[in-house]
Ligand binder design. Structure first.
Ligand SMILES: [Zn+2]
Length: 517
């Protein structure tokens, strides 16, 4: 199938934009202007872009597919105004899903109800007999749970926060929510993965990196992730985050022992490992889960086998240990061996300047999430509450880029929603002005950068001979003066961001909106 796109603005990723592009099967075969397009012969399909913007498809370098789909398939209770309304939505939801044995709802907020009586476990059982229902409050700190689910988690009744009417908080709620994920079998996980793939494609994402790990899901989930990706036409790169599990690389078919191999925890829960104590809990410095020796061992083991190593690392103390580990591995094996293996770090939120320089020297890619800063950065954000002025040095995209570290952007979905243009905008408008990326650098980090992180440098651009992996966006973009760099949509906060009209991966259309060109 030969396709000719013309009359648009095609961001090639490398040079200044062109207005037309031709593909043959899965490959870009020609780029040029509309005059050239008029003379172009032999296209089976001609798409008139009517000024729309075409660019390399996004790569989400860090997500969790099944967990993303689980959230998408849930029941949205935001904006409900009464117990009766919640019960009615539950009944309607389960009625349309005879196969679903676990139903997760979220978003109810009784403080906005005229009458604040909550549904009870009895009432849930009546409208959805035999279903495992878990309805989370808007803040996630309490939930209403059905009798069927309560009966399967009897240990919850021994914990604080337990209530026999089904409203659970604190430890009791955690016991039940921990069980929820275990209740999903392969069928439910595959359905969730398929839902997530469709939603990624609809965001102009053509490839993603699954950051699987033993504490997140079972090993068999990787096959389901790849199956869903293949069916939906997305390119998947999978990682398994387990230290020293070298035998699993081939058995699980993963690109590396990287991703969410946790060197520490997270800032919100005060488990990220800090040099100095948390501002809102004195004497507490979080938790480091790996020391420099363990990190070096893992990097050496992976380097020897030619596979990627990587770690989830957030706090400054965790980044110190990671940097020490990489330095020790390089001293043992030589810089070139490490560069050839193309290791990566997830989040990389508080590296020292020396660590950034070291990572650049060793070719370590930083897989970062700009929406973390958008959600939690700034002088009154969660980071500042936990860490005081240290928030200013967090997610230092500019420091990393200036040191020469390659960046790959991602969402960590379902932690933040996979919304690539929002992520690009967040990187351009970082809360700390000194850490802002230019629009082109941010865009390339969310396209080409993801391919670099997956050890496929040179992909994620549109040039002759490259994969026809692109998205068409429904917002016209100016072509710019001849000397301008590649055109991009207006990323000013508040401006409309483009929505995706069409996503194509290696020539296959994987998403097409109603009013698509
Ligand atoms: Zn993650």
């Amino acid at each position: 199938m030969k396709t000719l796109l013309r009359g648009g603005v095609v961001h090639t990723g490398t040079h200044r934009p062109v207005t037309a592009m031709a593909t043959d099967g899965g490959t870009v075969v020609w780029l040029g202007d509309d005059e050239g397009a008029a003379a172009y012969d032999g296209a089976d399909e001609v798409v008139d872009l009517r000024g729309l913007f075409v660019a390399p498809a996004f790569v989400d370098a860090h997500l969790h597919l099944v967990q993303t789909g689980r959230q998408l398939g849930g029941l949205d209770l935001t904006g409900t105004t009464s117990r009766e309304e919640v019960l009615e939505l539950v009944a309607r939801h389960v009625g349309g899903r005879p196969g679903d044995h676990v139903v997760i709802g979220a978003g109810w907020d009784e403080t906005a109800w005229p009458v604040r009586n909550l549904p009870t476990a009895d009432q849930l059982e009546r409208v959805a007999p035999g279903r495992r229902l878990y309805l989370s409050r808007v803040d996630g700190h309490s939930a209403i749970v059905s009798h069927t689910l309560l009966a399967e988690t009897p240990q919850a009744s021994l914990e604080e926060g337990w209530s026999a009417d089904g409203r659970l908080e604190r430890r009791a709620k955690h016991v039940v929510s921990d069980r929820l994920a275990d209740l999903d079998g392969p069928e439910q996980r595959l359905a969730a993965a398929r839902r997530a793939v469709a939603s990624l494609a609809a965001q102009g994402i053509g490839a993603f990196h699954e950051n699987a790990a033993p504490h997140i899901g079972p090993e068999y989930e990787l096959d389901l992730v790849r199956q869903a990706a293949a069916e939906g036409g997305l390119h998947a790169t999978t990682y398994w985050g387990e230290a020293g599990a070298y035998d699993k690389v081939e058995r699980l078919g993963v690109a590396g022992l990287a991703g969410d191999l946790v060197a520490d925890g997270a800032v919100g829960s005060r488990t990220a490992a800090m040099r100095d104590s948390y501002a809102d809990r004195s004497g507490h410095c979080g938790h480091g889960y790996l020391d420099a020796v363990q990190i070096a061992d893992h990097v050496i083991g992976c380097t020897e086998r030619g596979v990627q190593a990587g770690f989830h690392c957030i706090g400054d103390a965790a980044l110190d240990a990671v940097a020490d580990g990489f330095a020790a591995a390089a001293a043992r094996m030589g810089d070139e061996a490490l560069r050839a293996a193309s290791h990566r770090l997830e989040h990389c939120e508080m590296p020292s300047a020396a660590a950034a320089t070291l990572f650049a020297r060793l070719g370590v890619v930083a897989s970062v999430q700009p929406l973390f800063d958008a959600l939690w950065g700034g002088p009154s954000g969660m980071y500042a509450e936990r860490l005081g002025s240290r928030w200013e040095g967090m997610n230092p995209f500019r420091t990393l880029a200036d040191a020469g570290v390659r960046l790959a952007l991602g969402s960590d979905s379902p932690v933040t929603a996979p919304r690539p243009w929002q992520a690009v905008r967040a990187a351009v408008h970082h809360h700390a002005p000194g850490q802002r990326l230019g629009p082109t650098a941010a865009f390339l980090a969310h396209t080409e950068g993801g391919w670099v992180a997956a050890r496929r440098p040179g992909e994620g651009v549109l040039r002759e001979g490259a994969a026809a992996t692109y998205a068409v966006w429904d917002l016209p973009v100016g072509l710019g003066a001849p000397d301008d760099g590649p055109a991009l949509p207006d990323l000013t906060p508040g401006a409309d961001l483009p929505t995706c009209a069409r996503t194509v991966v290696a020539g296959r259309t994987v998403h097409r909106s109603e009013e698509q060109p």
